[in-house]
Write a protein that binds this ligand. Structure first.
Ligand code: ZN
Length: 101
């Protein structure tokens, strides 16, 4: 990628990726404004979107998530999100973000 992504507003992606992980409860977080999904949240740091991640093999919801805009990392403390159970945090791989330059 050479051109700047217009969606990031020129600031580049992931400027908060190395900030401490925020532990939150999905049920108390603001939903994304677009309202396209009961899962998607609005990043409390920058207003970007948390897409809610799934294990690519099992499809299970993952506790570790990050803002697609600022890269802020989150961990969900809930037992369930929208009726779907969350797994064991210790069993999840670390979330490694590679911000664009
Ligand atoms: Zn953000």
């Amino acid at each position: 990628m050479t051109d700047e992504d217009p969606k990031t507003g020129g600031g580049g992606f992931g400027w908060n990726h190395d900030k401490p992980v925020l532990s939150v409860r999905h049920q108390f977080m603001p939903l994304d404004d677009a309202g396209e999904s009961a899962f998607r949240l609005s990043c409390v740091v920058c207003g970007g979107i948390l897409l809610i991640r799934r294990d690519q093999t099992t499809g299970a919801l993952l506790r570790r998530d990050y803002c697609v805009k600022c890269g802020q990392r989150y961990v969900y403390l809930d037992d369930m999100i929208c009726g779907e159970p969350l797994g064991d945090l210790a069993a999840e791989p670390e979330l490694i973000l590679v911000p664009s330059q």
